[in-house]
Design a protein around this ligand. Structure first.
Ligand code: KG4
Ligand code: ZN
Length: 339
């Protein structure tokens, strides 16, 4: 039985994993706390992790129907993320490993997102046997990357955002529209009744043949457009069209660049993970584009898209089985900042 802890941003999450199956996964979200600031406040997130982590751990153990003495390993997100928030989870995991005298496994948060599409079912279980070499799109609030994964555990970052992440673009443009944080899910919901072609927002770097993204120009373009058309902010009828048009610009870039990377690398499988992968238009656009190009698509299951400890634990168990050396329990935290 492995206990996994995730505290890299604003979700306090603990999961229990056993032989590739998720026995429990508890996520305590701090979204309400940060909403009034329009984004995550690291100091508040850290304090909240401190008070939430033990009750969330107890819930995860209870839900799995086990006691701490049944654990034979503990894993935690080592980075990247908000440094003080990471410290809370990592130090708690270190202390747990020390007290129970069990190995501690460090997991890179982006690597956990990267392999999350290789789990499936309800309850979720690892499906690593079906792994295929792939191009992987990681899209979250903090990251946007295209990664080439030729073998499980061997990946190369092909490119990423030069400025804002895709989720950040959703959140920041939503804020310009007067929507609450996090804006991504709100844009997704409102766009359902909007015309994606009503407003023409830029598709940054779309014509550029490299694997990089840039979303800050799109955000600025929305800002100038709203400044020049103040009536749009009061006309609620335009809100769905604005949301649909912004979403279409983000999704077009993500989908086209991902498919192009797969073709360039000669790979016939694409995966997508991270919070933005919850977006229904992104999911359907990727599905359609992969169908058209004869590419197999693996999307992270809904519960593994936004931050969660289950994806951390599933990958940690795989690493443990593969014989990866456990982390030194007494070492201080040194977050790794890249994948
Ligand atoms: O993976 P995640 O929970 O945290 C990071 O590792 O950053 O991703 C959170 C991001 C936020 O920017 C949020 O707005 C976005 O995922 N998100 C969405 C949707 N659900 C979450 N963006 C667009 N559409 C959604 N349905
Ligand atoms: Zn994440």
């Amino acid at each position: 039985m492995l206990l996994a802890v995730e505290t890299s941003c604003d979700e306090t999450s603990v999961a229990v994993i056993h032989q590739g199956a998720v026995l429990s996964s508890v996520v305590s979200s701090q979204v309400q706390l940060h909403a009034e600031y329009g984004g995550v406040v690291p100091e508040l997130a850290t304090r909240e992790h401190l008070s939430n982590l033990l009750p969330v751990t107890k819930d995860a153990l209870n839900e799995a129907g086990i006691s701490a003495s049944s654990l034979d390993a503990v894993a935690a997100t080592r980075g990247p993320g908000l440094p003080p928030a990471l410290v809370v989870g990592w130090k708690t995991a270190q202390a747990t490993a020390y007290v129970l005298n069990i190995p501690l496994i460090a997991v890179n948060h982006l690597e956990a997102h990267l392999y999350s599409p290789w789990s499936t079912g309800n309850p979720i279980a690892a499906d690593y046997e079906s792994f295929q070499p792939n191009i992987s799109l990681i899209v979250s609030g903090g990251h946007t990357q295209l990664v080439c994964v030729r073998r499980f555990g061997e990946h190369t970052v092909l490119g990423g955002t030069l400025d804002d992440a895709a989720g950040e673009c959703f959140d920041k443009t939503a804020k310009l529209l007067g929507l609450a944080y996090p804006g991504g899910p709100q844009i997704d919901r409102l766009a359902e009744n909007g015309d994606p072609k009503r407003y023409e927002f830029p598709r940054p770097l779309l014509e550029n043949q490299n694997n990089n993204f840039s979303f800050s120009g799109l955000k600025t373009s929305v800002r100038y457009y709203l400044d020049n058309h103040p009536e749009l902010k009061v006309e609620n009828t335009e809100l769905p069209h604005l949301c649909a048009s912004i979403q279409a610009a983000i999704v077009d870039v993500l989908v086209q660049k991902t498919i192009r990377a797969a073709c360039r690398e000669g790979l016939s499988c694409v995966t997508a993970s991270g919070g933005v992968t919850c977006n229904r238009t992104l999911r359907s656009a990727l599905t359609a584009a992969c169908d058209d190009s004869g590419i197999t698509l693996r999307l992270a299951p809904g519960t593994l898209c936004t931050d969660n400890a289950a994806m951390i634990g599933l990958l940690a168990e795989k690493k443990k089985k593969a014989g990866e050396l456990p982390a030194e329990i007494h070492h201080d935290i040194i977050p790794s900042w890249s994948l």
